[in-house]
Design a protein around this ligand. Structure first.
Ligand SMILES: Nc1nc2c(ncn2[C@@H]2O[C@H](COP(=O)(O)OP(=O)(O)O)[C@@H](O)[C@H]2O)c(=O)[nH]1
Ligand SMILES: [Mg+2]
Length: 256
């Protein structure tokens, strides 16, 4: 459940990036850290990394916009993907308001994606979380690699996205799909908060959500025909030079 602080008018949501080891979870956060202006993004804290592997987790706070008079802060976490870090994954997943599943599109990682997705669902279930109602996006990363090496978005979607969640082709190294994934997930989380009944936080948030606002300042791409961009919060604009330039032909041509 997101934390709504009415004194400081701040909504804080915990978003967790899951997926197999080396799928690009940390790269998502690194890209955001580089692309977003300093006042919107806090330190990227990577705990106990050896070489480029996340042994524990990454953490980074991001302020991406407002809902009515409330500032929205997303606390982004990544979990370690390697199977033997299950206990740490469970800890990091605890209290997640939404999850981004970052799949590695390379064909040789097919089984790792499936195993990791199952593991994520098992961990959520152990926390008593119903994955069907938890805000979620799927990101098919590394779509920049040669076509012979990567599965298509349609294939990945058929194998992994059985609940028809918003899905994004990505090249996290260059930022393709990174903002869209985050924005979609954040929007789902806030929408769910606004729909909560019977709690003060829910009531207040629902009021905030009713406040008119203007939308759509973050860059967007057309990764997926299934994806909806009807944001309910006003994203903070990015400086022009940090918008990623590439139009990814393979991913942009996805037709669900
Ligand atoms: N080609 C390509 N490489 C990527 C992409 N995303 C991440 N990588 C590389 O994949 C490796 C693992 O990425 P990392 O973010 O550390 O994975 P994590 O274990 O999921 O946190 C690193 O060498 C990254 O540079 C991508 O979209 N395309
Ligand atoms: Mg990592």
């Amino acid at each position: 459940m997101p934390i709504v602080d009415h004194a400081t008018r701040l909504i804080t949501c915990k978003l967790v990036y899951c997926g197999p080891g080396r799928s690009g979870k940390t790269t998502n956060l690194s890209y955001l850290h580089t692309a977003l202006p300093g006042e919107q993004v806090g330190h990227l804290t990577s705990l106990a990394t050896r070489r480029d592997r996340t042994l524990f987790f990454d953490y980074m706070p991001v302020d991406l916009g407002t809902v009515g008079a409330y500032k929205v802060r997303f606390q982004l976490y990544t979990v370690p993907g390697q199977p033997y870090y299950k206990a740490i994954r469970q800890l990091v997943l605890q209290g997640a308001d939404g999850v981004a599943f970052v799949a590695d599109s390379q064909r040789h990682r097919w089984d790792d994606n499936l195993e990791s997705l199952q593991d994520m669902h098992a961990n959520l279930a152990e926390h008593g979380v119903d994955a069907r109602s938890l805000p979620m996006v799927l990101q098919y990363n590394k779509q920049d690699l040669p076509e012979s090496l990567v599965a298509s978005v349609a294939e990945l979607s058929a194998a992994l996205n059985f609940r028809n969640r918003p899905e994004f082709a990505a090249d996290a190294l260059r930022g393709q799909g990174v903002f869209d994934s985050l924005r979609s997930l954040g929007t789902q989380v806030l929408r769910r908060l606004g729909a909560e009944d019977g709690t003060t936080a829910g009531d207040r948030a629902r009021q905030a959500l009713k406040t008119p606002h203007t939308t759509a300042a973050l860059p967007s791409t057309s990764e997926s025909a299934r994806t909806s961009h009807d944001d309910i919060f006003s994203p903070v604009p990015l400086p022009a030079e940090s918008r990623y330039p590439m139009a990814m032909a393979s991913a942009g041509g996805v037709s669900a």
